[in-house]
Design a protein around this ligand. Structure first.
Ligand code: SAM
Length: 347
């Protein structure tokens, strides 16, 4: 079984007695697998994650002995989930996502239930009283260590049923003369407007053919634009984040387009070979800058490409991807660049 590695998990570990013997719902940003230890010690527990990579790890660790633990990956907890008496949220980086999680999960709690929020002091935990204001009349800090805090409140206010539609943000973009409606759930990349790097990629698309993968699709702008501009392409869209995947499905639907949308941790779930991978890849996880997944994507892409396939990648100009691209591919071109972004095409 995993141990507490992150500061948040270490803080939870020394307060583990609070969660034992409860009917516990755990959600939010899990940096390690320690939440499964807490869940296994509870009377019953559900772990809900929007992160496909974490879900795969938890599923692999989950043993029959942890029988009373349910694991869910998705953008919302199913309506039929059981009722809980304790909610623990590991605060995600985006405040909007924390509001969304509370609104989605609190209807599954009995009145008077315990709510615990835990997180990094630099990541919004100090605003917990505001987050909880409409649900609890009082909230208190129980513990803090390693720049993290644990907050408690009791659910003593009425909770409205969750309505996904009221959490959707909408905006329109014009891409090469084509108007696209973008639909996004809170915390999804570019939920408020098109990223300039993504715009550069779409404005400088080289000729593409066959099966094209929009890797890290976010709200689905790239994949939807490809479907709209080049209906002959076989477009697939993947992301690790369930809120992104649901947003991408809704963006496609809002534009009467269709494509295959599914979870994948970079190339983990991509079957067979693709002609092109098109991406504005991630370089953040939580509060940290993280290059690893994108470096891994670059290294593994050549084996995933069909003959004469290519990788089209846009990134902030300060990110040092060029050496990785040069190592993995025989040839590359820079299709566009400005002070902030660079668009690489590698074969
Ligand atoms: C910079 S955003 C780009 C989003 C979208 N393509 C756009 O251009 O607006 C990167 C996306 O990669 C996703 N992501 C992060 N880690 C990932 C991983 N390991 N596998 C797949 N997608 C990942 C993030 O959830 C995010 O939606």
């Amino acid at each position: 079984m995993s141990t507490a590695q992150s500061p948040v998990s270490q803080l939870l570990e020394r307060n583990a007695a609070l969660f034992a013997d409860k009917h516990l719902l755990i959600a939010g940003y899990m940096e390690d697998n320690y939440p499964l230890v807490l869940a296994t010690a509870a009377a019953s527990a559900t772990l809900f994650t929007t992160d496909y990579s974490r879900w795969r790890q938890l599923t692999a660790l989950h043993t029959p002995q942890g029988g009373a633990v349910q694991l869910y990956f998705g953008h919302q907890l199913p309506a039929a989930a059981p009722a809980f008496d304790t909610l623990l949220i590991l605060l995600p980086k985006a405040k909007a996502e924390a509001h969304y999680l509370l609104a989605n999960l609190l209807p599954h709690l009995r009145s008077g239930s315990d709510i615990f929020l835990v997180g990094d002091n630099r990541g919004g935990i100090n605003g917990a009283d505001k987050l909880l204001a409409q649900y609890a009349s009082h909230c208190q800090k129980l513990d803090s260590a390693r720049r993290c805090s644990l907050i408690h409140a009791a659910l003593d206010q009425p909770v409205n049923p969750f309505q996904l539609e009221s959490w959707l943000q909408h905006y329109s973009v014009s891409v090469r003369g084509h108007d696209l409606r973008v639909v996004a759930l809170p915390g999804v990349f570019s939920a408020d407007g098109l990223d300039e790097g993504t715009r550069m990629l779409l404005e400088h698309l080289p000729p593409l053919r066959g099966r094209v993968l929009d890797m890290g699709c976010g709200a689905g702008v790239i994949g939807s634009a490809l479907c709209a501009l080049h209906p002959e392409l076989e477009v697939e869209m993947c992301d690790i984040n369930a809120l992104a995947l649901e947003s991408a499905r809704r963006t496609l639907a809002a534009n009467q387009l269709s494509a295959k949308v599914y979870p994948s941790d970079m190339l983990s779930d991509i079957q067979g070979k693709v002609q092109h991978i098109v991406t504005n890849p991630p370089f953040h996880a939580g509060l940290k800058t993280l290059y690893g997944p994108t470096e891994q994507l670059i290294a593994q892409t050549p084996q995933k490409l069909a003959p004469r396939g290519s990788l089209l990648l846009v990134a902030n100009a300060f990110l040092k991807y060029q050496p990785f691209l040069q190592k993995a591919f025989r040839q590359q071109q820079i299709l566009a660049e400005d002070k902030k972004f660079r668009l690489y095409h590698s074969f």
